[in-house]
Design a protein around this ligand. Structure first.
Ligand code: CUO
Length: 686
């Protein structure tokens, strides 16, 4: 009784409607039952089975429908966890559908969509359901609020087909008087924020244990965020800015302000802003049942550092658990975040999550002004704020402190006998060799699914984002051994620091941005490997980030619709390469081929459901992380004695090539047809 072909839910063009049992209507709507039935329906109707008993939803119902929901608030995440548990417990697809329909008009809508999305992503019988893009469901979380008034006007006055896209200006949240505004294109990139939302959807820190407890999730929490920082820092250096400064002092005013210009239409409020020089204070908000002191954060921090320097943590049974080379980082990831897998929340608290809370409630720590949390309180919006990176730089530094306590890689750990990488070269049509070209591009996103106004039909927002010309890597390898499996690992890092001096290895390794990782079979002798940038293991294609797919395509065709949800997690392809500079930002491209025999993981992709096009940051659905090495290998540790520069770090199976990223300040019009849009809309209901 489960769908065998992809079905698109919530498309918003009313082609599908649900026949709801009258008993499911809320008290307010029961008297209107006959009037409501079929009012919004024109096409296919799905009848919803009436369940003989509805599970107890009283806990998730404690949060009002018009209240702000934040996963970082334990009271809220526990409610969402309960709802997820209820949905997961349904025995059949029919039962799940019925429960979801019942819950939809009762539960807080943001919590509902979050919980249902987690469930759809994790149940085997919903694998063929395609989640709409989060930006289409909740566009107000991703773009300038003024867009929506203009969209309403456009849709009221202009017929579908003649409507023009609403352009989102480049400078809507600040101007260049704010130094940090130079990289707002990165912080406010829709795809970047979608990636972050989706990552936390795939790796929730609370919920049923079998959903939370994924292979190496704590380590991936560290690595994915470490990569965000490496990318952010490269972006900053491209814009003549210093690397991000850790938020170390929690008692002094915070220099960075942020005024998001977002509407929170879910909670009927605007998103709170943070003026410059705001100071953190103790949090005590009864309504969210959250209270902790800055001192608590400091205590947890001290205990975590203590554990790292002692080499073990203390679990809830009072036993020592060693932070080993193999597992230490995973234990710490879960402990510092903290997820429900933390081995002792009483002792180590929830440093990272409560840092988000302290920052997101900085403007109203005791709720005296009845204000909601700021953008740091939601994974869909947190990356917009410069403070996100300062906070995460602090968190990352704790992980680095641990990495400094484990053994460095020896030459043997890094080598691949008889394999010599001779060269790597980057090429793209019409662009000089070993250059990467970046520019601006415009894309459209359909707002109609996420906006509740009539008449319906597509209204597009047109946004401008960074883009680069697609390119190829050509890697030449000499294999003097037998035919063997190798893993190609490609990174890029800036060559010079803020002062224009060449980076030393100990700093440069933290700026190494993973570009790709893939397996190759090396035949005996000379091998030439060609790889396209769009195949990257860290990114997902533009069409998947924005779900800009042809909804009329045949089912189960080449875009791997069956594994779609996990594919939604991945760095946006358009942000693979940092912006660079007009003169050509000087970088070092690093390629290593490691011994595939040591990298392989048993049971990776066990269920045959491969959706590995962004496995580096997101893992693989229902499977172990596909690389046996530490995440970030070979740059996750301090170098062996005597290594000061990247050149000195190299073993024969590695190569470094100087490359430049050249930015040209031009804007390319949208490339794609707006496929998948609601080009034909039905007439508005009378
Ligand atoms: Cu992703 Cu702090 O973990 O936002």
């Amino acid at each position: 009784d489960r769908p065998t072909e992809p079905i698109f839910i919530g498309k918003g063009d009313d082609n599908v409607s649900f026949e709801v049992p009258a008993e499911y209507l809320t008290d307010r709507y029961k008297p209107l039952a006959s009037d409501i039935q079929n009012r919004f329906s024109s096409g296919k109707t799905i009848s919803v089975t009436k369940l003989s008993s509805i599970p107890d939803m009283s806990f998730p119902l404690q949060l009002g429908r018009d209240k702000a929901f934040s996963l970082f608030i334990p009271y809220h995440s526990k409610m969402a966890a309960k709802l997820i548990e209820i949905f997961m417990a349904s025995k059949t697809f029919d039962e799940l559908l019925s429960l979801a329909v019942y819950a939809r008009d009762r539960v807080n809508p943001y919590m509902f969509i979050y919980a249902l999305s987690v469930v759809v992503t994790h149940r085997p019988d919903t694998r063929n359901l395609e989640l709409p893009s989060h930006v289409e469901m909740f566009p107000s979380l991703y773009m300038d609020a003024t867009v929506f008034g203009r969209a309403r006007e456009e849709s009221a006055v202009v017929q579908t087909g003649s409507r023009t896209p609403i352009e989102i200006p480049h400078d809507y949240s600040a101007n260049d008087l704010d130094f940090e505004h130079r990289i707002s294109y990165f912080r406010e990139d829709i795809g970047v924020n979608l990636h972050h939302w989706h990552w936390h959807l795939v790796y929730p820190f609370d919920g049923p244990v079998d959903i939370v407890n994924k292979d190496r999730r704590g380590e991936l929490f560290y690595y994915m965020h470490e990569q965000i920082l490496a990318r952010y820092n490269m972006e900053r250096l491209s814009n003549d800015m210093n690397r991000v400064v850790r938020l170390t002092n929690w008692r002094s005013p915070i220099l960075e302000g942020y005024f998001p210009k977002l509407d929170n239409i879910l909670a009927n409020r605007v998103w709170p802003s943070r003026p410059v020089n705001a100071t953190l204070s103790n949090i005590n908000r009864e309504i969210e049942q959250i209270s902790f002191d800055i001192e608590d954060l400091e205590r947890w921090r001290d205990r975590i550092f203590n554990a790292i320097h002692s080499g073990f943590i203390i679990n809830t049974a009072g036993q020592q658990v060693r932070l080993t080379e193999a597992d230490g980082i995973n234990i710490l990831g879960n402990l510092i975040e903290a997820s429900i897998l933390s081995l002792n929340q009483n002792l180590y608290g929830s440093l990272h999550n409560n840092g988000h809370n302290a920052i997101s409630f900085i403007h109203d720590p005791d709720n005296r002004f009845l204000e909601n949390y700021g953008v740091m309180g939601d994974s869909a919006t947190a990356m917009r704020d410069p403070i996100f990176y300062r906070w995460h730089a602090y968190i990352d530094d704790i992980f680095q402190e641990f990495k400094a306590t484990i053994p460095s890689y020896t030459i043997q750990n890094l080598s691949f006998d008889n394999v010599r990488v001779q060269s790597v070269e980057i090429s793209a049509t019409g662009i000089p060799r070993n250059e990467l070209a970046t520019f601006w591009q415009q894309s459209d996103v359909d707002l109609s699914r996420g906006l509740d106004f009539l008449p319906r039909g597509s209204v597009f927002a047109r946004f401008t984002h960074l883009q680069h010309a697609p390119f190829n890597y050509k890697i030449t390898v000499e294999n003097n051994g037998n035919q063997r499996l190798g893993t190609v690992r490609i990174f890029i890092a800036p060559k010079y620091d803020e002062r224009g001096l060449p980076f030393l290895f100990r700093e440069q390794r933290k700026l190494m941005v993973e570009l790709d990782k893939f397996s190759v079979t090396l035949t005996r002798g000379r091998n030439e490997i060609t790889r396209r940038s769009i195949e990257s293991s860290v990114t997902i294609p533009h069409e998947i980030t924005y779900r800009n797919l042809d909804r009329n395509r045949p089912a189960n065709n080449s875009d791997a619709a069956a594994a779609f949800n996990f594919c939604g997690c991945g760095w946006p392809q358009n942000m693979l390469i940092p912006k660079g500079t007009a003169e050509g930002f000087q970088c070092q491209l690093f390629v290593m081929i490691s011994n595939g025999a040591n990298d392989q993981v048993e049971n990776a992709q066990a269920d045959g459901q491969t959706c590995d096009n962004a496995s580096s940051y997101c893992g693989i659905r229902n499977s172990r992380y596909p690389d046996a090495r530490s995440m970030g290998y070979p740059f996750d540790r301090t170098p062996r004695d005597g290594v000061v520069t990247l050149q000195q770090f190299l073993t024969p199976n590695m190569v470094v090539q100087d490359v430049r990223i050249r930015f040209s300040n031009r804007t390319v019009a949208p490339l794609q047809n707006r496929i998948g849009s609601q080009q034909t809309s039905k007439n508005p209901p009378a």
